[in-house]
Design a protein around this ligand. Structure first.
Ligand code: 6R9
Length: 652
């Protein structure tokens, strides 16, 4: 850190975009005064604020206390009983909404299904009865390892209906990862499919489950959805077809009244070292957080068609494909496959076909769209869109501007939403009716969120000084523990800064009070005593016309302490850049940021190593840049061959 103990920011972005007055006029939060008074009330009187909002949910038994206990042991809405499934499904059946589309589903091969709320209610109730028949009780853990098909949402809601805690494992994980997570959660049942479709190929899921079961012995039964029709092995008295179980089961199933703090789900997220962390969320607080943020941030209205492209296997899919929008009674688009199948225009085709009005995706996808070319979105009618969202990583200003121009047609507000698996719901984000957005800034905290940017010692920093992003006040959708390891929970999130939550990101606040997240704090360079954010050097590289994506890491450097190594993928098909391009890129970064950020090495690669949710794995690149053998956990890496190629070319 520099003298003041801060991380230096080099990103100079001054563009500002105001929402159109027509948008503001109709928005849920439509004036600065409204936001200010909500935010202040939530800060000064959180119990009063959240207590009032809790009326947005349907309760079985009213709570007696809104907030009990200090962070990290805060409990919400104690004494109350509620059911998340009832809130997402049953409560919409009493009005015309019963025949409104809840899920507009499209499979990768082009098959489609529409489930109304009424359909969803029937399927969920039936599957809840199936689970009961298979011996699942309230409190048991159920693993879901499935493709993006309606049965995944049905199974989640069925678990919620009877109070079984779901643990969803993204379909791209290996048999070993499934076994580890099953063992950690002590799962009793696993629901899967024969396979799923991804880029025209069948992803085998059942065979991975078979392999995982040799290593995880708590699982007693397996339910298999027939999706691709591929050959699978079915073991008698252990494995059952979904359609067989559903063919003769009672379509009526009462919801189970559950305590506010009943565990709704566990979701495993990777730590930088050690075994994955089982982030645990409970019922009422999580549901209230996702319900309200869906409404505030996406400005969800009855007539919207809303599409979040995240896989349900990630927190974004849990909160913003399923719980948040369905609790609001929205129509949700759900797509099974890849964005570039059968061609690179698939997403824009889906938006045109369903007249999607709200579209929520990730920077990694946006950078791919830019690389694939403007003609794909340009050849489709995107006029139904009224709001765009981004999540998962800091969005490079260049990618933001492209999203704004090419997809939003300069009409749609962009909400750059900062949050985490651990936070359960969006924390910092523009409010589309009021916020002046800036490319790369997630702007301001939502009501109920009290962030601070502090030095390592915990002292609050001045405007524009980068430091640790922490939360000073508890919020309803925060994680309650790491499953089976409460000590690790306290250690990981509450021991860095006294009295505050810290989950690893660095950020700064600008003079307007807007927050700029600079990435994970371990993604910080220390070049000649200057702490620089790798993300900002990357944003500079991505702003060069030849560059599609960049990942920047430090490596030990005799003189500078740390040198800057840039891994770059190009927009053209060839992965190798010429010497003159290298010189040009170095000049470009020097000009944009300054001499202190001069890249020491530029390495071209056809692809960057990413987690399966699309985040660049800089820690692996750090080992490669330093010429070290990696000891990192690679279970979340999407494509191991990328790593091998980068290593092979190490001495190039
Ligand atoms: C929702 C989700 C959390 C980490 C988080 C941060 C990064 C997410 C961001 C963002 C900058 C945004 N992150 N959204 N960084 N701007 N809008 O992605 O959860 O998978 O747990 O990742 O992702 O580093 O700490 P999760």
């Amino acid at each position: 850190m520099t003298n003041s103990g801060s991380i230096q920011s080099t990103l100079q972005e001054t563009r500002k975009f105001l929402p159109a007055s027509e948008f503001s006029a109709q928005a849920h939060i439509s004036s600065e005064e409204q936001y200010q008074s909500m935010w202040q009330k939530a800060k000064d009187d959180p119990a009063g604020f959240w207590g009032e909002l809790s009326q947005e949910l349907q309760w079985i038994k009213p709570w007696t206390e809104v907030i009990s206990g200090e962070m990290p042991e805060t409990r919400w809405f104690t004494g109350g009983q509620i059911n998340a499934c009832e809130n997402c499904v049953d409560r919409h059946l009493t009005s015309w909404r019963r025949n409104k589309a809840a899920i507009l589903w499209e499979g990768e091969p082009g098959d489609t299904r529409v489930l109304t709320y009424n359909d969803l209610h029937r399927e969920v109730s039936k599957f809840a009865n199936v689970l009961k028949k298979l011996g699942v009780n309230t409190g048991d853990r159920v693993t879901l390892y499935m493709p993006m098909i309606p049965e995944l949402a049905i199974a989640m809601l069925a678990c919620a209906r009877i109070g079984a805690t779901h643990s969803i494992i993204f379909g791209g994980f290996s048999a070993d990862a499934v076994a580890d997570r099953n063992n950690d959660a002590q799962a009793k049942i696993i629901v899967t499919a024969d396979g799923g479709w991804r880029r025209g190929k069948e992803v085998p899921l059942k065979s991975a489950v078979d392999e995982s079961l040799t290593k995880s012995h708590t699982v007693q039964k397996v339910v298999v959805v027939r999706r691709t029709g591929q050959q699978v092995h079915m073991q008698t008295d252990r494995d059952y077809w979904w359609h067989d179980l559903m063919s003769d089961v009672d379509p009526h199933c009462d919801v189970v009244p559950l305590d506010s703090e009943h565990p709704l789900f566990i979701l495993y997220t990777s730590g930088s070292t050690g075994k994955p962390k089982g982030v645990m969320h409970t019922t009422a607080g999580y549901l209230l957080g996702t319900t309200m943020t869906s409404r505030w941030v996406f400005d969800l209205k009855e007539e919207d068609t809303y599409w979040c492209t995240a896989d349900i296997g990630w927190i974004t899919g849990h909160s913003y494909v399923v719980y948040g929008p369905l609790s609001n009674g929205s129509t949700v688009v759900m797509y099974e496959g890849a964005p570039n199948w059968p061609d690179e225009g698939r997403f824009w085709e889906i938006i045109e076909k369903y007249r999607v009005s709200i579209f929520y995706t990730a920077p990694t996808a946006i950078r791919a769209f830019i690389k694939w070319g403007d003609h794909w979105p340009q050849s489709r009618d995107l006029s139904s869109l009224r709001l765009l969202g981004s999540v998962g990583e800091p969005i490079n200003p260049e990618a933001w501007m492209w999203y704004h121009r090419m997809i939003g047609q300069e009409r749609c507000p962009i909400v750059d939403t900062w949050w985490q698996t651990e936070t359960g719901a969006i924390m910092i984000s523009p409010l589309p009716g009021i916020s002046a957005t800036k490319p790369g800034s997630c702007t301001r905290p939502l009501p109920g969120v009290v962030p601070e940017i502090v030095s390592k010692e915990g002292t609050p920093l001045e405007a524009n000084e980068g430091g640790l992003l922490v939360m000073k006040q508890p919020w309803p959708s925060m994680l309650r523990t790491l499953y089976g390891d409460h000590e690790r929970f306290k250690q990981t999130y509450f021991s860095t800064i006294e009295g505050a939550y810290f989950a690893g990101d660095g950020a700064r606040r600008d003079a307007d009070g807007d927050i700029w997240v600079m990435g994970r704090v371990d993604d910080v360079l220390n070049v000649s005593g200057h702490r620089l954010s790798t993300m900002e050097v990357e944003s500079s590289l991505v702003a060069h016309p030849a560059v599609a994506e960049a990942a920047v890491v430090g490596f030990p450097h005799e003189i500078k302490g740390e040198g800057i190594c840039c891994f770059v993928t190009l927009k053209t098909a060839d992965s190798e850049g010429s010497d003159s391009l290298t010189a040009d890129l170095i000049q470009h970064v020097r000009k944009q940021i300054g001499a202190l950020a001069t890249p020491d090495k530029i390495r071209y690669t056809a692809a960057l190593p990413k987690t399966r949710s699309g985040k660049i794995m800089r820690r692996l690149l750090r080992d490669i840049a330093a010429g070290r053998e990696s000891v990192q956990d690679t279970t979340t890496l999407e494509d191991l061959s990328i790593l091998a190629k980068l290593r092979d070319s190490d001495d190039a």
